[in-house]
Design a protein around this ligand. Structure first.
Ligand code: HEC
Ligand code: HEC
Ligand code: HEC
Ligand code: HEC
Ligand code: HEC
Ligand code: HEC
Ligand code: HEC
Length: 296
């Protein structure tokens, strides 16, 4: 009887150890560790009121736990992007721009494939030259990053124009918002091009680069992705023009001015015409009444 009990216990123990060895349950323990780390961080950073002062400015240190949980990195530990945060008060940690650069270097470590493409584009080149540029988190967000096909992602087709024009304001933003393409995309079109359909996303290059989709020689092909039978001259115009004197938008500027003045003049003449007509009618009516009175 006793030896049977030992055998049962042995078999049960063996089965349990087998279960513990399957990869799924290992992932489970890792997840538990991650969420334990995050629970620790969120005890302080989950509070909306947590703020600090940096260079005289008040900076919020709140991390929206719900938004982070729903983000694509919701199962990552905080320390997968923020290394060195083991003690409190935090020791030797960076702030502001330096913190941004440090954490973005972590994005590049995990996303090596995208990084290779990004470093060859205009934004990546500017980064390696130490110039102002767009970091991963400028286009994707921080604790709220979503998959690109998720409609709430900053890089979802219809949100891309807002994301890029945070930095590319002025002529670029205005010309896009006023174009057929921009109006359609901002109203929800899936067919019209967002910035990324013409420029790419990580491999973006300026018009001077020979291999840029917006280089003079490549523009016809870029338009032909959608406009399969482009007319002659179709791709020759300037894409980002605004209606102003002296720029590529000059002919359209004067055409608009002409029609605005034409409208003003026509309406003014129309009003003068109506008033003269009313005056004539009133005069006639008064004369008629006078004649009737005199006739009595
Ligand atoms: C006991 C509360 C507390 C805990 C726990 C905590 N933090 Fe902080 N954290 C703060 C405070 C307060 C600041 C502001 C420090 C300052 O202004 O010098 C801060 C600042 C930060 C910053 C901004 C940069 C900096 O260093 O000022 C980051 C990033 C950060 N914490 C990440 C984390 C991570 C990741 C964890 C978990 C591993 C964590 N924190 C745990 C209170 C906490
Ligand atoms: C996918 C990477 C990633 C993960 C995971 C992540 N962070 Fe961050 N975090 C960043 C980046 C990037 C910044 C820098 C933002 C900037 O440019 O100012 C940042 C900034 C911060 C700051 C400074 C205030 C701010 O919002 O700019 C705090 C505090 C912080 N993170 C806490 C946390 C905590 C707590 C967790 C875990 C719940 C966490 N982070 C998880 C990427 C991450
Ligand atoms: C100038 C804006 C911009 C910057 C900067 C940027 N991205 Fe993206 N990213 C996009 C857009 C737009 C998409 C949407 C999909 C597409 O068109 O390729 C995307 C898609 C992605 C995807 C999913 C699709 C894929 O190609 O695998 C990942 C992962 C990604 N980005 C990571 C990064 C990382 C990491 C960095 C920093 C090295 C970065 N991105 C910098 C705009 C940007
Ligand atoms: C510890 C590794 C790690 C770090 C650090 C990291 N990521 Fe990720 N990231 C992942 C993993 C894993 C996925 C999920 C891939 C999947 O499910 O397709 C992911 C997904 C993404 C996606 C969605 C891809 C898509 O299909 O649209 C984007 C965008 C992204 N990460 C950007 C970033 C940015 C920006 C940073 C820095 C702030 C960053 N990642 C930091 C591991 C990491
Ligand atoms: C239909 C295609 C198309 C779309 C959509 C588009 N662009 Fe462009 N972009 C071009 C072309 C072509 C050029 C080359 C110069 C020109 O024709 O204006 C260019 C040039 C640029 C330049 C370089 C300007 C310079 O003078 O060096 C920037 C920056 C730019 N675009 C940003 C954007 C942003 C941001 C968006 C979205 C809000 C956008 N573009 C949408 C085609 C497009
Ligand atoms: C955080 C700010 C920021 C964001 C967001 C951003 N850019 Fe840029 N972009 C820059 C800066 C700064 C440069 C100039 C880099 C340099 O010095 O060469 C640049 C360069 C460019 C150029 C090359 C211009 C030229 O004439 O060489 C193009 C095209 C461009 N960006 C398009 C985009 C598009 C499209 C998006 C969105 C998908 C975008 N950018 C998002 C800051 C930004
Ligand atoms: C991603 C697909 C796509 C790309 C790339 C694209 N277009 Fe368009 N374009 C459209 C769609 C769809 C319309 C239909 C009107 C609308 O949506 O407002 C349109 C409308 C137009 C119109 C106004 C109406 C018309 O048919 O005459 C012009 C002009 C135009 N595009 C020029 C261009 C030029 C020039 C390029 C290249 C620099 C270009 N497009 C690239 C999709 C695209």
């Amino acid at each position: 009887m006793r030896s049977q009990k030992y055998i049962v216990a042995f078999i049960v123990g063996f089965l349990i150890s087998l279960l513990a060895a399957v990869p799924g349950s290992q992932a489970q323990t890792k997840l538990e560790q991650d969420s334990a780390v995050n629970d620790g961080c969120l005890r302080c950073h989950g509070a909306q009121g947590l703020k600090t002062k940096q260079d005289g400015k008040v900076v919020s240190l709140w991390v929206n736990e719900e938004a982070f949980g729903k983000s694509i990195h919701g199962t990552n530990s905080c320390t997968s992007c923020h290394q060195g945060y083991t003690d409190f008060p935090h020791q030797g940690t960076l702030k502001g721009e330096a913190l941004s650069q440090q954490t973005n270097a972590r994005c590049r470590e995990c996303h090596a494939d995208v990084t290779k493409v990004y470093m060859a584009g205009a934004h990546g080149k500017a980064l390696s030259e130490g110039k102002k540029t767009a970091l991963c988190s400028d286009c994707h967000g921080i604790h709220n990053i979503r998959k690109h096909e998720d409609p709430s992602a900053m890089v979802y087709k219809n949100n891309i124009p807002h994301t890029c024009t945070k930095c590319h304001e002025g002529r670029i933003a205005i010309s896009y918002e006023e174009s057929f393409h921009g109006k359609a995309v901002l109203l929800g079109s899936q067919k019209s091009p967002s910035c990324a359909d013409c420029h790419g996303s990580h491999d973006i290059l300026g018009p001077k680069a020979a291999n840029s989709p917006v280089n003079k020689n490549n523009i016809p092909d870029t338009c032909a992705k959608c406009h399969r039978v482009p007319y002659e001259n179709f791709a020759k115009g300037t894409e980002h023009f605004v209606l102003e004197k002296g720029g590529p938008g000059e002919p359209m500027f004067y055409t608009l001015k002409f029609f605005v003045w034409l409208t003003i003049i026509v309406i003014t003449l129309l009003i003068i015409h109506m008033e003269l007509e009313l005056y004539r009618k009133l005069k006639k009516a008064l004369e008629k009444r006078k004649a009737e009175k005199e006739g009595l």
